[in-house]
Write a protein that binds this ligand. Structure first.
Ligand code: ADP
Length: 162
């Protein structure tokens, strides 16, 4: 599955995918020929949704994006990027707290694969408080998920806490 043109990967846990993630995907899919959303599955991370559930959920969310693909990869993101011929790793930046982590990740990835660039996109102001963790926390306490995730994702999350 070698991609052509300017390809990027957008790795993350996406547990679940939020409106903040979708904003990054919508914006970056206009800048690159192909975006592969990669569920960076780490088996030691306690997740609400299985990899299969997350793949199906993300596929439904990006169904109208012609150049978006969804995949899961348990190993290093740079290895996956190299395998599909992607030159760019997309990450999102919300607040200052994201900055330190994202810079260290970008530097590690640069060390592992200097030919791949990490590009950080600023979260849209209307989404910069949204995280998958917050979504789960609100759902746990039966709060409304409107404005945080899509209605379909909200339903799936609420089912987990029912
Ligand atoms: P990870 O566990 O790898 O941080 P996440 O699913 O939490 O995975 O996030 C994936 C990427 O998307 C990260 O770069 C994160 O900073 C970014 N991101 C998460 N939420 C938002 C948001 N609301 N707006 C913009 N970017 C976001």
């Amino acid at each position: 599955m070698k991609t052509t043109g300017r390809a990027a990967v957008y790795p993350g846990s996406f547990d679940p995918i939020t409106l903040g993630h979708l904003d990054i995907i919508r914006r970056t899919s206009k800048l690159y020929d192909e975006i592969t959303i990669v569920i960076a599955a780490s088996p030691d991370k306690q997740a609400l949704f299985s990899i299969e559930e997350r793949i199906a959920m993300i596929q439904a969310e990006v169904a109208d994006c012609k150049n978006c693909k969804v995949a899961a990869h348990p190993g290093l993101t740079v290895e996956y990027a190299k395998r599909i011929g992607a030159q760019v790793i997309i990450r999102g930046l919300r607040a200052v707290v994201d900055f330190e982590y994202e810079v260290s990740m970008a530097n590690v990835n640069r060390k592992l694969a200097p030919e791949i660039e990490t590009v950080l996109f600023l979260a849209g102001p209307e989404f910069d408080f949204i995280s998958s963790r917050v979504v789960k926390e609100v759902a746990r306490h039966r709060g409304s998920l409107e404005g945080l995730v899509s209605p379909a994702v909200a339903k799936a999350v609420q089912l987990k806490f029912a």
